[in-house]
Design a protein around this ligand. Structure first.
Ligand code: FNR
Length: 330
């Protein structure tokens, strides 16, 4: 089976579990003193305004099944006017025969905000090819040392990645987002990225889809040391608070509307979901998925109503109870 199809099958088989978002609670105040009609969910990021504070994060491309999923993701992205990130476009750069499994996104949603994705270590030329193929509005560069180590056919040379990210960031005209794939970001990592001029990070922390487990399921002899590796999304967001100039995206283990609001209250400008959308499109027709997402959005508004917050940016002042084990940066 194609690696992309393995990832889809194994990620779909993972069920959502308890994670650090559950350890955080909002302080309840009895007088919200606002009207539901005054709540707006729009956010400004990537020099644009979007109507909703979340997006469909990087997943797939490179097989027939991936094409079908990307088509479904693009239909949802178009309906809700939310950004959509592709899976690693390197698959199409290596093998142009699978390019349509990515470009289907543009066919479905010609005006939408599309984020192309490549792995760290790519050349500037390949990064440009990825953006051009999709006429992408932004580029994600994923860093995934743990996944590569556990992946039987994965990379073993991680030297020079920061330099290659810096070169791509300097050469590309679109916003460049550096993202993990579910292992989170330390204070040191975010500092290193900030020092080379990166303006957007997607922390993609531990707590949701677990790529160490997925790659171990593809190995004959698992490297079990990595099954519980990484910093959670909550810990990563707390680390990122030290860098107020950084545009931070929360992702990794965002399972429901409450996790979205908690991610935003912890300082993120936007929230990314992968596993949630994979299950949403695989378990539902487009119409059912739209209905479920409308309910998801309604629930975000209800949480904001009870918190007494009219705007997403106001969530940063929401008071939270954070266990001391999570409260300090790492
Ligand atoms: C991913 N993810 C991912 N990330 C990335 O940067 N490039 C990629 O090609 C992929 N591929 C991929 C395939 C599938 C099937 C899934 C489910 C996920 C990782 C993804 O963007 C995200 O960081 C993690 O899945 C954690 O977020 P969730 O799933 O807990 O919301």
């Amino acid at each position: 089976m194609n690696r992309k199809d393995d990832h889809i099958k194994l990620a779909y088989a993972q069920s959502s579990k308890v994670n650090d978002f559950d350890a955080i609670k909002f302080v309840h105040h009895a007088f919200p003193e606002i009207d539901l009609a005054d709540i707006h969910l729009s956010v400004s990021i990537f020099n644009q305004t979007f109507p909703l504070p979340f997006y469909i994060n990087a997943m797939t491309g490179g097989s027939d099944q991936a094409k079908m999923l990307n088509e479904r993701f693009a239909m949802l992205a178009k309906h809700f006017n939310i950004p959509l990130a592709t899976g690693s476009v390197t698959a199409a750069i290596k093998n142009p025969a699978v390019a349509d499994s990515f470009t289907v996104i543009r066919q479905v949603n010609p005006q939408g905000f599309v984020i192309a994705n490549v792995g760290a270590g790519q050349t500037v030329e390949n990064a440009k090819k990825a953006v051009n193929l999709l006429k992408a509005d932004a580029l994600q560069i994923h860093v995934n040392a743990v996944q590569e180590v556990v992946m039987p056919e994965g990379d073993r040379d991680f030297s020079g990645l920061l330099r290659s990210i810096q070169l791509i960031k300097q050469a590309l005209p679109v916003p460049v987002i550096v993202k993990e794939v579910g292992f989170g970001m330390s204070t040191k990592t975010i500092k290193q990225l900030s020092e080379i001029g990166v303006e957007y990070v997607d922390v993609a922390g531990q707590g949701g889809t677990n790529f160490a487990v997925i790659e171990n399921q593809r190995r004959e002899k698992p490297y079990s040391s990595f099954d519980d590796w990484g910093l959670s999304t909550v810990q990563s967001l707390i680390n990122a608070k030290k860098f107020p100039q950084m545009n931070v995206i929360a992702s990794g283990g965002v399972r429901n509307p409450l996790d979205v609001v908690k991610g935003l209250a912890l300082g993120a400008k936007m929230v990314g979901l992968s596993g949630y959308f994979l299950h949403l499109v695989k378990d539902n027709t487009h119409e059912q998925a739209v209905e479920e997402l409308n309910q998801f959005i309604e629930e975000i508004k209800m949480i904001m109503l009870v918190l007494g917050k009219k705007r997403i940016v106001d969530l940063k002042t929401a008071e939270m109870i954070i266990p001391t084990s999570l409260a300090s940066p790492l």
